[in-house]
Design a binder for this molecule. Structure first.
Ligand code: SAH
Length: 267
C-alpha cells in the first residue's frame, strides 16, 4: 500500500478518545466491530491488553481489505481510507459501527456516506490524465467532515460546502483535533459552488440532485473530473469530465443511494 499523508497528531491519541466513548455504548445491534471491541474489553484485569486504539486500527485495516475486495484498486485511496479514523466522526452510540460498510445517521436526517462509496468516488475522481494529481478539490455536502478528511490526504487543498449550519459546525468540531491544515469548510448552498476558489481539478457531490448544477460544471478545470449521484428514488453515479472550455463528457457508472441535494441554507 502506498504511503498516505500522516496526521500531525498521532492517530493513537485521537483514537483513544473515540474508544473511551466507544466503551460506554452497549445497546447497539450486534456487529463484527462491536464483538471485536468487547473481546478486548472483557480481557481479565492484569492481562497485557493492547491499547484500545490498536483495536480501531485493526478493524479499519479490515475495512480497507473489504474495500479492495469490493473493487477499489487505487492504493493511494486505500491508504487514505486507512489513515482516517472514521469512528471519530460518529456519535459515541454509533462509533462501534464505524467500520462496517454502511451509511449511518449524523443528525438532521443526513448520513455519513458508506465507506465503499467514499472510496469509489475519490478513485474515479483521481483517474485523471495527471496521474491522480489534484491540487484543488471541492466537495458539496460536508456532513460530519469524514470524506473531506479522506480527500485532504490526496489533494493539495480541499474546499467543502455544507448548507445546514449545525452540520457545518459539527464538521469543524470533528476536524479540529485532527489539525488537518488543507481543508476549508464553507457554510452555504453548494449548488452555487465556490466561484472565488475555482477552478477545481475535482468536484465530488455527496448529495443527489436531478441534474448536476451548471455552476459546478463551470467551476471544473478543463481536464477535471466531477463525480456525482444523480436521480431521485433511482440514482446513478455519474462521472462528468470537462474536455474543453465548453465541452463536458458524461458517463454513468453504477447505481447508488444518497440523501437529496437541496437548494438554499438551513440555520
Ligand atoms: N460528505 C459526507 C456526507 C454527508 S451527507 C460524509 O463524509 O459522509 C450529504 C450532505 O449534503 C448533507 O449534510 C446535506 O445537508 C448536504 N447538502 C445537501 N444539499 C446541499 C447543498 N446544496 N449544499 C451543501 N450541502 C448540501
Amino acid at each position: 500500500m502506498s504511503e498516505g499523508k500522516r496526521f500531525p497528531l498521532s492517530l493513537e491519541s485521537l483514537a483513544s478518545r473515540g474508544e473511551r466513548n466507544g466503551a460506554q455504548r452497549m445497546q447497539t445491534p450486534q456487529t463484527a466491530t462491536r464483538n471485536r471491541v468487547q473481546t478486548v474489553e472483557q480481557r481479565p484485569p492484569g492481562d497485557a491488553a493492547r491499547p484500545m486504539s490498536m483495536v480501531s486500527d485493526g478493524v479499519r485495516t479490515a475495512m480497507v481489505g473489504r474495500l479492495a475486495k469490493q473493487g477499489i484498486r487505487d492504493e493511494a485511496v486505500l491508504a487514505a481510507m486507512n489513515a482516517v479514523p472514521r469512528h471519530l466522526f460518529l456519535q459515541p452510540a454509533l462509533a462501534s459501527q464505524a467500520y462496517i460498510d454502511a451509511s449511518l445517521p449524523i443528525g438532521h436526517h443526513q448520513t455519513i456516506s458508506q465507506p465503499y462509496i467514499v472510496a469509489r468516488m475519490i478513485e474515479v475522481m483521481r483517474a485523471n490524465t495527471q496521474g491522480g494529481m489534484l491540487s484543488r478539490v471541492l466537495e458539496i455536502g460536508t456532513g460530519c467532515g469524514y470524506q473531506a478528511a479522506v480527500l485532504a490526504q490526496l489533494a493539495g487543498e480541499v474546499y467543502s460546502v455544507e448548507r445546514i449550519r449545525s452540520l457545518h459546525e459539527l464538521a469543524r468540531t470533528n476536524l479540529r483535533p485532527m489539525r488537518i491544515g488543507n481543508i476549508r469548510l464553507h457554510y452555504g448552498d453548494g449548488m452555487l459552488g465556490i466561484p472565488q476558489a475555482a477552478p477545481f481539478d475535482g468536484i465530488i457531490l455527496a448529495a443527489a440532485g436531478l441534474e448536476v448544477p451548471q455552476a459546478l460544471l463551470e467551476q471544473l478545470a478543463v481536464g477535471g473530473r466531477l463525480v456525482a449521484p444523480v436521480g431521485a428514488r433511482h440514482q446513478v453515479l455519474q462521472l462528468i469530465e470537462r474536455v474543453g472550455a465548453q465541452a463536458w463528457k458524461t458517463s454513468t457508472l453504477e447505481n447508488c443511494h444518497f440523501v437529496p441535494l437541496r437548494p438554499g441554507t438551513v440555520g
